[in-house]
Design a protein around this ligand. Structure first.
Ligand SMILES: *Cc1c(COP(=O)(O)O)cnc(C)c1O
Length: 390
């Protein structure tokens, strides 16, 4: 039966696994065109290769990042897998260099997949007392001659803001490609591809989707060859965002800039409020004068904001006392600011750092707060109230 064309105003939700290619001639043309791995094919074939609903949402992300292409996948981890795997070329694979101050899951991926299973020559650049030593970074680039350098502009959970221009200039000097995980910075604060990065990845699960109801990731770039490699790897490794999730993400992306602006405003005001509070010991927020990398944050983000994450701890007479007070603070907020192990949602949520990452950070009892977009007076009331009661 011939289907009527619908005058839709949005790209519809195309749920088909396979598309109707009608006849052998058209099928042959579609499959031979597929060898070019174009971002938007003339004829769609199979949703694991490309899907029109997913491509429509990818175009929204290209607009936000200001880049030539974007590929959606099912998680942020899948995006990292695609981004690094395009540089794996069998026995010809060169060493890779990763900053150590990155998402814990990425460090686990490096250990359990790249090193343990793929036996790759991976190196780590460690921060010293929370700051980056550029002499050491240059020494490593020179000695290792890595294929790429991988870093995050804002570290988690200590919120170190990197001098990204200097890092990227060094990488280019030693001919290393640059991969940036920009989940914390988001394209609202920084667009690394416009400053010469080769690939950017996001955990779309966080701010880009913004409501804690989708897991997704994206790889963004400008270079055509990297696009072809990334499409090829995504297709054959089977990384894929479902059209349903892409459709919902498309709707949620429309409010991304509005939301992130509010995350930044709320976080700055809350950080200032908490820093003044007599029961608080330390507040780490890149927008505060007291933050060790405020200079880098101002240079990179200009006057746009400083992100939506705050890391802090509570005063106590001993480390044990501090830990106990932080635990009581968390319990007091159970119903209003819950302990949820993610970030970047419109609702404020928190996470105790030590139970998740171990006691490797200098602040006992430290808590990571993902500030939402709620009314700021309400947030101050909730946090202030919980602090009074411990
Ligand atoms: C959450 C996160 C990831 C992993 O993303 P998933 O969507 O959970 O797979 C990667 N990088 C950063 C910085 C993250 O916060």
């Amino acid at each position: 039966m011939k289907k009527k064309e619908i005058n839709a105003s949005h790209t519809p939700l195309y749920r088909e696994a396979g598309f109707n290619l009608q006849n052998s001639k058209r099928a042959q043309a579609a499959f031979s065109a597929e060898a070019a791995n174009n971002h938007e094919p003339d004829d769609y074939i199979y949703s694991r290769y490309r899907n029109p609903t997913v491509v429509a949402t990818e175009k929204q992300i290209m607009e936000l990042e200001g880049c030539n292409w974007a590929l959606l996948v099912e998680t942020g981890m899948a995006a990292i897998d695609v981004a690094v795997s395009v540089f794996q070329q069998g026995a010809a694979t060169r060493p890779w260099l990763f900053f150590h101050e990155i998402y814990g899951g990425t460090n686990s991926f490096i250990d359990t997949v790249l090193i343990k299973r793929r036996n790759l020559d991976v190196h780590r650049f460690y921060a010293k007392e929370g700051l980056y030593d550029f002499v050491e970074l240059e020494r490593m680039l020179k000695e290792i001659q890595p294929e790429f350098l991988y870093f995050e502009a804002v570290s988690n959970p200590m919120l170190i803001v990197a001098d990204v221009k200097r890092i990227m200039a060094l990488a280019k000097q030693y001919k290393a490609k640059i991969i940036v995980d920009n989940t914390f910075g988001t394209p609202y604060l920084w667009k690394p591809l416009m400053d010469g990065a080769d690939l950017v990845i996001h955990s779309v699960t966080k701010y880009l989707s913004g409501h804690g109801n989708i897991t997704a990731g994206v790889i963004c770039g400008n270079d055509k060859e990297l696009l072809k490699e990334a499409i090829e790897y995504r297709k054959w490794a089977g990384h894929f965002l479902s059209p349903d999730d892409a459709y919902r993400l498309g709707t949620q992306l429309k409010s991304f800039e509005l939301r992130f602006d509010q995350h930044c405003k709320n976080a700055l005001e809350l950080a200032q409020f908490m820093e003044q509070h007599p029961k608080i010991e330390t507040v780490l927020y890149p927008g505060l004068e007291s933050h060790p990398t405020r200079k880098e944050a101002v240079a990179l983000f200009a006057d746009k904001g400083f992100g939506g994450m705050i890391t802090f701890d509570i005063k106590g007479v001993s480390d044990e006392d501090k830990r106990e007070k932080c635990d009581r603070f968390i319990a007091a907020l159970e119903e209003t600011i819950p302990l949820v192990p993610t970030l970047g949602e419109v609702d404020t949520i928190l996470l105790p750092v030590e139970p998740v990452w171990g006691a490797k950070y200098p602040l006992p009892g430290v808590i990571r707060l993902s500030v939402g977009i709620e009314n700021i007076e309400k947030l101050k009331g909730l946090i202030g109230g919980a602090l009074e009661n411990i």
